[in-house]
Design a protein. Sequence first.
Length: 146
Amino acid sequence: MEIIEPLVFPTMRMPEPTQLPTPILEVPEGAIPSYTPLVVPPSTLKAPPDVNVPMEGEEPATEPASPPKAPITLPPLPPEVRQVVIPNTDITIPVPQTAILVTAATTATVSVAATLTASAIFKRLVSLMKPIIKKILSKKQPNAEN
């Protein structure tokens, strides 16, 4: 039997840590809350003589009216679009042609059915193939060791 020399690991000399001065913290000072009282005018306060104040019962001067807003105009609908009126309201909803609705509904139904079918088939294949793959891998494992 041959004697094996022990492994020699490389060593590295780490520098000494830098000495930092101790921080000097100032004593915190709290701000004392203060309150400025709200000045309420007395009930006997009267307006200066050159200011016109409406008396009780009089209507105050109205503010100038803002310019009227332009009504919203919608572009005209194409002739193939039907409109459905919701009963007891003045709301109309545009509805596309029947052919367009049938095409959209058929496409959605077929895509959902295809997705559900493919996922069911995939789950079934995984459950069938799992034992076969395990058996193949267990037979190849002993061969890989030799």
